[in-house]
Design a protein around this ligand. Structure first.
Ligand code: FNR
Length: 342
């Protein structure tokens, strides 16, 4: 097995080893106000929304993780099965390994075989140009492509990139791809510095992918002999901070929130803070590994009902009403928000 395929196996093993239930995504510092006289019934609540402007029936999806080796190919098929059975979009992990070595292609295309008509997002890093992006969506017959920005991960990865001239690739991919592009981080949060550049490049869809869940600095640091990058593990914007920082760009982008989403209340808080939908990786992988296919199916079905129940408690009929819902911030988050606008 080549080094890239082997790395995919390591990522899954280390992500699961480091998986923690304790959320540090700062969403606990966002408070919502419930209404004990909602004058609503559960069947009136509409949890549908959009992802890259396509209608989706629930406000969350299975976000990018894996593929490229026999083991991760099996995981992809199982995740795709759970997505198909529950009408959720599904994103594969980076397809770069299959572009370099076509023998790895079945470990991605298996997901499409599971769900010939499903909403599947491909995934590549921003070091790739338009030709690779076209090949990636062709491989999966994908409805959209995620492009990940991960300079911190690359710099901590022993064999990672050391040069980051990515803007030209991004603008060519946005202009030349026949499907929408969702630009994402991998758990460090996309800051207003980057959002300003993405605005110039014509990007419309951004997954903020904040800190507080899967942490790729920690994962890559585990793969180093000396493990000398521990100091960077708490860097980046938490999911709540990334969402607050992104609010000033609400007119320019449709936002996906991700990073440490653990339950339905996390999902609803992200939507109240302005996200149109929420991506979940670590929690779904952990559930699949620990509780199998039935456990993952049960979790997804439960999340849908629980999101609707929380919306009812807030008195919100749909996601548009959630976007207008009032929220309160802890002093720390309020100060963060105020300093951003200075
Ligand atoms: C990821 N993630 C990821 N993202 C990406 O764009 N391309 C990739 O190949 C991968 N690979 C990957 C492997 C594994 C095992 C995990 C758990 C995650 C990052 C993922 O899409 C997401 O941005 C972060 O994991 C934060 O979300 P969670 O995991 O905290 O819900």
């Amino acid at each position: 097995m080549n080094i890239q395929a082997h790395r995919k196996d390591e990522h899954v093993i280390i992500a699961e080893k480091l998986y923690q239930k304790e959320a540090a995504n700062d969403l606990e510092y966002v408070e919502l106000l419930f209404d004990s006289l909602p004058e609503l019934s559960l069947e009136e609540i509409d949890i549908s929304t959009t992802l890259v402007s396509r209608p989706i029936s629930a406000p969350f999806f299975i976000n990018a993780m894996t593929g490229g080796s026999p083991e991760t190919g099996k995981i992809n098929r199982r995740l795709a099965r759970a997505a198909a059975d529950n009408d959720l979009p599904f994103a594969t992990g980076s397809q770069s390994v299959a572009l370099a070595d076509p023998s790895a292609t079945p470990y991605f295309t298996g997901a499409r075989q599971v769900d010939p008509n499903g909403f599947i997002l491909g995934n590549l890093g921003a070091s790739h140009g338009l030709d690779s992006a076209l090949a990636a969506i062709d491989m999966l017959d994908a409805q959209a492509l995620e492009i990940h920005l991960n300079p911190a991960q690359e710099l901590v990865m022993p064999e990672g990139d050391r040069s980051f001239y990515w803007q030209k690739n991004l603008s060519e991919i946005i202009a030349g791809l026949p499907v929408p592009v969702l630009v994402k981080e991998v758990g460090m949060g996309i800051s207003p510095k980057t959002l300003r550049k993405l605005q110039q490049l014509g990007v419309s869809y951004v997954d903020l992918s904040g800190a507080g869940g899967t942490n790729f600095v920690a994962i890559e640091n585990q793969r180093r002999h000396e493990k000398e990058f521990a100091f960077l593990q708490n860097a980046g914007l938490s999911t709540a901070k990334a969402l607050l920082a992104a609010q000033q760009f609400a007119e320019s982008f449709s936002f996906t929130a991700s990073g440490g989403i653990r339950n339905a209340l996390d999902i609803v808080k992200c939507l109240v803070l302005g996200a149109d939908n929420v991506g979940i990786s670590g929690l779904f992988l952990h559930t699949l590994i620990k509780q199998g296919d039935d456990g993952l199916d049960y979790l997804i079905k439960n999340l849908k009902v629980q999101v609707a129940k929380i919306m009812l408690l807030l008195g919100c009929r749909n996601i548009t009403e959630l976007h207008q819902e009032k929220y309160l911030l802890s002093d720390q988050l309020l100060s963060f928000k105020k300093q951003l606008s200075n």
